[in-house]
Design a protein around this ligand. Structure first.
Ligand code: ATP
Ligand code: MG
Length: 557
């Protein structure tokens, strides 16, 4: 059953917004997707993208794309470019230009000055280590910094000097003056600005102090007039701080934050830091390696934007923590490709078949439907020749019970063409089967054979006229359901050594010769595939997106 045909999963954010629109608390919805450009987006971000853009779409509002770029140490233009590309590819359009938190550095600076003037912020000279000591912990209240009672004038002067680059990194910071005894650690005089003598990808060398994420995030939302600031549950404890800023600053609007549960998927990791480690350690080829749960990796694997959006819709939006089964994501792409991917035949591990009663050099073309249920997709043509290839697995010398494929003395239909019978098995010196001598029954073109019954239907291609290709079969990247959760072993020790299997001798039907990169197919009986971007004129590469059925944990074929 298709995911999106199931009963609508709950979305508590939509309920809140419906209420806000009914009561007139808001008359327009403005949301935003606020990634930090410190890595590529993953499937968890897709949930946030679908929620933010989807909510705006649903209620006739708008959604901004804003890069939360307060940490030039970890951010790069490459990440910005990839994020823009991913959001676009998913099919969403942001309102106006792309925005950056760094666009608001001047305002944020003036907000900091505002707090200083109100006696609500101070420059603190404690070292990072000392500041941690003073902060206390969950059971122990913090201790006031000895610099907490500096005068407004002194703080203004010191903050100005921080901005002008007169202090070294770490020499001091600007902190809010709230409550060192608060049970909420975030309220214990949190840092607002730090000195960082790093060039910024947007602002160059204009600044050597940068606002802390917590100080920038809510105010940026306020500047943009965001009505509903949606974020994940880890930020619930930060909400009192965000509210404190909004109450104490002359901001142009008052966004409200709502937290929802992150998406976690089993058998993978959804943390940019860990994904970066996989790339840096060369465990995978790149951020868009088809085994990665990144949006670009899923795209290269063969996922469609529709499948990812349907998946995100199907999991709902709640305030609870949960792990979603990878099988649900796979079901979403299977569903979409089953409807829309043209069919083709490809023999992954070929075994030579010689049709002894078919003349050498002759070709007979068969016309097959591109899709069994959708005539509008048209048809394709495949050549039948004397030399054919079938799947090694479709022949057994000693067949198991209920064998529905080829064996000596038995007949099968070659999908869309003739019925053949295996007359003779040729082996090499080691006893491996290397060729089958078969005969075809000319009377079986579009007709059942007279007096005997084929055992089954198998796929095939012509050995004389087919497309040599490389096929990459993927499996889960980790062997454990929760690779993050093992206390003893690092997630890198839980990698699946068989997450990629390369078959270099595959052959696809010749009609696929000029197919474009990213073209998707169902290869009959073997799964859904798409053409990888590494394909060249000499070598076409197919990625297996997913098998035809959910056979994980069972025997895969
Ligand atoms: P990571 O933990 O992977 O580094 P992040 O939360 O630091 O992710 P951001 O770039 O800050 O990454 O995220 C942008 C938006 O995406 C945020 O609003 C964040 O809450 C949301 N988001 C990130 N991960 C998930 C997830 N797994 N499920 C749902 N939303 C997520
Ligand atoms: Mg973050």
């Amino acid at each position: 059953m298709s995911n999106n045909e199931q009963s609508k999963p709950s979305n508590f954010i939509h309920q809140i917004i419906e209420h806000d629109l009914e009561t007139g608390a808001h008359n327009k919805v403005v949301t935003r997707f606020p990634p930090e450009p410190n890595g590529y987006l993953h499937i968890g971000h897709a949930k946030s993208i679908c929620l933010n853009f989807g909510t705006a779409e649903k209620f006739g509002g708008v959604c901004n794309l804003r890069f939360d770029d307060t940490n030039p140490e970890k951010e790069e233009q490459e990440y910005i470019d990839s994020i823009v590309e991913d959001v676009r590819w998913l099919g969403f359009q942001w309102d106006g230009d792309i925005r950056y938190t760094s666009d608001y550095f001047d305002e944020l600076y003036s907000y900091a000055v505002h707090l200083i003037k109100a006696g609500k912020a101070y420059v603190c000279d404690l070292s990072p280590y000392e500041a941690r000591e003073y902060r206390g912990n969950f059971n122990t209240p913090g201790t006031n910094s000895p610099f907490r009672d500096r005068s407004v004038e002194e703080n203004l002067e010191l903050f100005e000097k921080m901005k002008n680059g007169e202090f070294d990194e770490g020499a001091c910071s600007l902190r809010a003056k709230i409550d060192m005894a608060s049970p909420n650690m975030n309220m214990r005089d949190p840092m607002l600005y730090r000195i960082l003598k790093k060039e910024h990808h947007q602002t160059g060398n204009k600044w050597c102090i940068y606002p802390i994420y917590d100080f920038a995030h809510g105010q940026s939302d306020a500047i943009e007039g965001i009505t509903h600031s949606l974020c994940t549950l880890e930020f619930e404890d930060h909400r009192p701080l965000y509210d404190w800023f909004i109450e104490n600053l002359p901001v142009p609007s008052q966004p409200k934050q709502y937290e929802f549960g992150r998406l976690n998927l089993n058998y993978t990791v959804t943390s940019k830091r860990k994904l970066k480690q996989l790339v840096d350690d060369k465990v995978v080829e790149s951020w868009d390696d088809p085994r990665m749960p990144t949006i670009s990796g899923l795209r290269r694997r063969g996922y469609t934007p529709t499948s990812i959006r349907n998946f995100c819709d199907s999991i709902g939006v709640t305030r609870s923590y949960g792990v979603v089964d990878m099988g649900m994501l796979e079901a979403a792409i299977r569903d979409d490709l089953d409807k829309h991917a043209p069919r083709a035949m490809c023999v992954l591990k070929p075994l030579k078949v010689t049709i002894t009663n078919f003349p050498e050099g002759e070709e007979e073309w068969f016309e097959l439907p591109a899709h069994p249920k959708d005539e509008s997709m048209g048809s394709r043509k495949v050549p039948f020749t004397r030399n054919l290839l079938i799947e090694q697995e479709d022949f057994a010398e000693v067949p198991p019970r209920k064998w529905k494929r080829l064996t000596q003395g038995v007949a099968v239909r070659l999908r869309g063409s003739y019925v053949i019978t295996c007359d003779e098995v040729i082996k090499d010196a080691e006893g491996n089967v290397v060729e089958l001598k078969c005969s075809y029954d000319p009377a079986t073109k579009g007709a059942n054979p007279e007096g005997y019954k084929p055992k089954g239907v198998i796929h095939w291609v012509s050995a004389d006229n087919s497309l040599p290709c490389e096929v990459r079969l993927y499996d889960r990247l980790f062997t454990e359901e929760n690779p993050d959760g093992d206390k003893e072993r690092d997630f890198l020790e839980l990698l699946n050594p068989e997450s990629l299997v390369v078959l270099s001798g595959a052959r696809a039907e010749i009609g696929l010769k000029d197919a474009a990169v990213e073209s998707r197919y169902q290869f009959e009986r073997t799964g859904y595939f798409n053409i990888d971007k590494s394909s060249t004129a000499d070598k076409v590469v197919f990625n297996r997106t997913v098998g035809l059925r959910d056979s994980w944990g069972k025997q895969q074929n």
